[in-house]
Design a protein around this ligand. Structure first.
Ligand code: FES
Length: 502
């Protein structure tokens, strides 16, 4: 089984961009080359702004290529959750804003002839008798006059109740972003890969974006990095980092289900879809969400997904497994806009698992704001808002602030094993002279020893045995086995520790 997203297997490897090697000046520096960064670069470059996109690795290969590739106008936590916190006008506005973004993606596919397997599909929501979501969801949909249909008898998955929403869509998210990036790159839009940002410094009349080899001077900077980089505590305390897994499989039969399927079984949600390209067909399942860095054994989540689809489909083989991260916002709405009043920095974060559409919507809102134009959704998603939802305080307590304390008391698989007990390719957090060390044993038996303290705010990282990474439970930073930052708010790699390995 390939450890990596299915989308990466169909990546267009002919599209690459240079590393930034010297200082430059632009109107807008965009940190992050995923769907938010590239879509925002498009919106600004088309309006005549000079932009530079700074991507730490390769365009589209971060969070965007770990998503499902599903595009829909509701939200992953359902309309009924929104309605429990807001009036119906807000719920309608969220749907309208997401329609605008979905249409923008469709327009881009047509305008640039992006070969990304875009197609319209229905979204099916369904549940077993132990889940109690559909009744309320249908009630809210009727209240806001949102069209849906009852499921027919031929619906292929076991269920007790459900609904169908027409005119949603699917695509290959990586091919879309690679195609869009290559269409917009030019005079107004420069894209740099392998260009990691180490700091953003705001001055009175400009922003300086520091990379190891160069500084970008800009009028504005946009954090298109999933979660803002650095010590942005107003966001880090309002976002709960979650992780879930994706698997791709092949069936014995050629009858793969068509559509977007969200199944609610007991207290769990599973998302299913099919994908076909170059004569190959796959079934994709995504689910088993859990709080980031707090899974006792990550492999259990992958097994849960496998079991779910094995019970319902005749699987011939599992082909891919990958993890994806998301940040749930305290009040169910993402944060899009100026970091704080009069700031030259903008953020787009808190997308939960709805980021393909929200990332595209962010581009439309941020470009209007930078241009000084009214945007009808600016206020709804204003980044510098107070959390209006009554439950925000409870959310923060449960999901974020307590993580640092809570994590001290948890023992994870692999924690405090001795060096001898760590098999090659595995790792453990060990204590030496009172210091917590993140120790990874390479396949050749040699050790990579790092400080187990996250460089963001010193929470203790823990080992993710599926993705071979060190994950921080507090605000979602992840590091590879040599300590380099994979994602999250941390700028700096984990400290390497020099000790006698014997
Ligand atoms: Fe904030 Fe690790 S991500 S302390």
């Amino acid at each position: 089984m390939i450890e990596g997203s299915l989308w990466n297997s169909y990546s267009d490897e002919t599209i690459t961009y240079p590393k930034l090697k010297g200082d430059i000046a632009v109107d807008v520096a965009i940190v992050g080359g995923g769907i938010t960064g590239i879509s925002t670069a498009q919106a600004l470059a088309e309006r005549g702004y000079k932009v530079a996109v700074l991507e730490a690795k390769s365009v589209g290969k971060g969070t965007t290529s770990h998503s499902t590739g599903n595009l829909y106008v509701i939200i992953d936590q359902l309309l009924s959750s929104l309605k429990s916190k807001y009036d119906k006008e807000v719920v309608k506005k969220v749907i309208l804003s997401r329609w605008d973004a979905l249409k923008k993606i469709e327009q881009n596919v047509e305008a640039f002839q992006i070969d990304c397997d875009f197609k319209k599909q229905p979204l099916f929501l369904f549940e077993d008798a132990n889940s109690m979501k559909m009744l309320e969801e249908k009630k809210v949909a009727k209240e806001i006059e949102f069209e849906f249909f009852e499921l027919t008898k031929t619906f292929p998955l076991d269920h007790d109740d459900g609904m169908r929403i027409e005119d949603q869509a699917q695509f290959n998210p990586l091919l879309y972003i690679q195609g869009l990036a290559s269409a917009i790159e030019g005079e107004n839009c420069k894209i740099y890969e392998q260009t990691i940002v180490r700091a953003i410094e705001e001055e009175e009349d400009r922003v300086l974006v520091h990379t190891p080899g160069a500084i970008v001077s800009a009028q504005y900077a946009i954090h298109a990095t999933h979660t803002p980089k650095g010590m942005e505590m107003q966001y880090h305390t309002a976002l709960g980092p979650y992780r879930e897994y994706g698997i791709a499989a092949k069936l014995h039969s050629p009858d793969y289900p068509e559509g977007i399927f969200w199944g609610y079984y007991h207290d769990k949600k599973y998302s299913l879809r099919s994908y076909s390209r170059k004569g190959e067909q796959y079934l994709i399942a995504v689910g088993s969400p859990h709080k980031m860095g707090q899974a006792k054994d990550n492999k259990e989540h992958v097994e849960d997904l496998k079991n779910f689809i094995q019970k319902r489909f005749d699987i011939s083989e599992f082909t891919h497994v990958w993890g994806g991260q998301n940040y749930k916002p305290a009040d169910l709405l993402p944060y899009i806009g100026r970091k704080k009043t009069n700031s030259r920095e903008f953020v787009a974060t808190g997308f939960s698992t709805d980021g393909l559409v929200y990332g595209t919507l962010s581009a439309l809102i941020l470009a209007d704001q930078i241009e000084g134009k009214f945007n009808p959704y600016e206020e709804l998603y204003r980044a510098a808002r107070h959390n209006p939802a009554k439950s925000a305080g409870k959310f923060i307590k449960e999901n974020v602030n307590v993580a640092g304390e809570f994590i001290k008391d948890l023992v994870f698989k692999g924690d405090d094993e001795d060096l001898v007990g760590i098999p090659p390719g595995e790792a453990a957090v060990l204590t030496r002279n009172g210091e917590k060390l993140a120790v990874y044993k390479k396949e050749d038996g040699s050790l990579s020893i790092l400080s187990a303290l996250c460089t963001h705010m010193a929470c203790r990282v823990h080992w993710n045995n599926v993705e071979k990474s060190w994950d921080c439970p507090c605000h979602g930073s992840r590091f590879n086995t040599t300590g380099e930052v994979i994602e999250g708010p941390a700028y700096i790699p984990l400290n390497k520790i020099e000790i006698d390995n014997k």
